[in-house]
Ligand binder design. Structure first.
Ligand SMILES: Cc1cc2nc3c(=O)[nH]c(=O)nc-3n(C[C@H](O)[C@H](O)[C@H](O)COP(=O)(O)OP(=O)(O)OC[C@H]3O[C@@H](n4cnc5c(N)ncnc54)[C@H](O)[C@@H]3O)c2cc1C
Length: 364
């Protein structure tokens, strides 16, 4: 089969640059190639793994004893052009940020705050990517996917995707059941940027009083992300990561109240000055939290820092980014080093705050 390779080093296909070899590897440029690959794997009884841009994946040091299928299907297409909106169809293998750039250039609003996120468009619904107050669940109208067993196409409307904070049915009840082949987004035409995130709003207000355009927002978001090494950049050692290694905690009101009281009552050691992530909601307290429709979101970065880990902390070949405490970075080590560090952080946070940090990237 075209593009079929053996013994491929997986580290070269992930942003964190870790992982052994895949026994077989195939990049599929069309849906037909994808189906052929799945059929071949079925015939040969090979386990399969779907890979996009590898920016949320950590392969084990021993690699993958099966077939890694990389999505390479390309295309950004204006599907419908209505008076106020457009529907854009994006193939799974498109770079997410190329799609955002296309939208900004065409003045289609709805994804501009998601500028600079690495990875493929096909992976965007998997964990409902989000940043600076936007999430793809707000603009996705349909996800087209291939059933990995039957090789039949299925369409999921937005409400069927069961989107939540950094999750969807594809990461949850239907994990590994489907391959996303296309995503359809509904965006506003000539839309104005909608700024909801305090840090971004502050930065925009400082520099641009009025006349905010989508491209200004895109540039400022990328600028903010670069400062945190959250844009993949060869010359930035702190970007050799998967982005955030842990998701923020989402607690119910009661859980949060209990958590908060424990700290206020001094059950847990006094909280050192919190970081600069304070929000309106947390102004008078030292714990940064946000009330959202999903529950009370508690900063995982704050928990890590207040469990005693400093930015830049390094052990063996893995470390915490010097620019963002949520990002774990490969500093020339192995997946084992990285997972050991992650475990150490989880244990310390649990020991101190009795809450469990949940890992964001997929470990294969
Ligand atoms: C520097 C950096 C910054 C980041 N910032 C953010 C951020 O701000 N917000 C955010 O949400 N994420 C962020 N991330 C995480 C990551 O970019 C996103 O999760 C992205 O969507 C992953 O895309 P990918 O194509 O690289 O996925 P991969 O790592 O290739 O795959 C991730 C998971 O999705 C599955 N998958 C991939 N493609 C498909 C498909 N077509 N069909 C079915 N399953 C599929 C894989 O099997 C795997 O389980 C960041 C990562 C890095 C490295």
């Amino acid at each position: 089969m075209h593009n079929f390779k053996e013994n491929v080093i997986l580290a070269n296909y992930t942003t964190i640059k870790l992982g052994g070899t895949a026994k077989y590897f195939c990049e599929c440029k069309t849906e037909k190639e994808l189906v052929d690959c799945l059929k071949l794997a079925d015939e040969k009884q090979l386990k399969t793994h779907i890979l996009g841009g590898g920016s949320n994946t950590v392969f084990s040091d021993s690699g993958f004893d099966g077939l890694v299928i990389k999505t390479g299907m390309k295309g950004i297409e204006l599907h419908n052009d209505f008076k106020d909106n457009v529907i854009i169809k994006v193939s799974a293998g498109e770079e997410w940020d190329d799609f955002v750039k296309y939208c900004v250039e065409n003045k289609y609003s709805g994804v501009e705050c998601l500028s600079g996120i690495p990875g493929s468009a096909g992976a965007s619904p998997i964990q409902n990517i989000g940043a600076y107050g936007q999430e793809v669940k707000d603009t996705i109208i349909f996800v087209k996917a291939l059933d990995r067993k039957t090789c039949k196409s299925v369409m999921f409307a937005n409400e069927d995707c069961l989107f939540g904070y950094r999750t969807s049915r594809f990461k949850n009840i239907d994990k590994e059941k489907y391959i996303v082949t296309e995503v359809l987004f509904k965006l506003k035409k000539d839309g104005n940027p909608e700024i909801k995130y305090p840090e971004l709003e502050k930065k925009l207000n400082e520099k641009y009083k009025s006349d905010l355009s989508l491209s200004i927002v895109r540039n400022v978001v990328i600028e903010l992300r670069k400062k945190k090494a959250m844009v993949v950049d060869e010359s930035e050692p702190d970007s050799v990561s998967c982005g955030s290694f842990f998701v923020n905690l989402v607690l119910s009101e009661t859980e949060f109240q209990n958590f908060y009281e424990q700290i206020e009552n001094g059950k847990w050691p006094a909280v050192a000055g919190a970081n600069n992530a304070k929000t309106e909601n947390s102004e008078k307290h030292s714990i940064p939290f946000y009330k959202t429709s999903d529950g009370v979101k508690l900063s995982a970065a704050w928990l890590i820092e207040n469990a005693g880990f400093k930015k830049g902390y390094t052990k063996n070949g893995a470390g915490i980014s010097a620019k963002h405490s949520l990002a774990l970075v490969n500093r020339g080590g192995t997946t084992a080093d990285l997972l050991k560090l992650a475990k150490e952080i989880q244990e310390k946070v649990f020991e101190k705050f009795r809450v469990k940090l949940i890992r964001e990237p997929e470990v294969i």
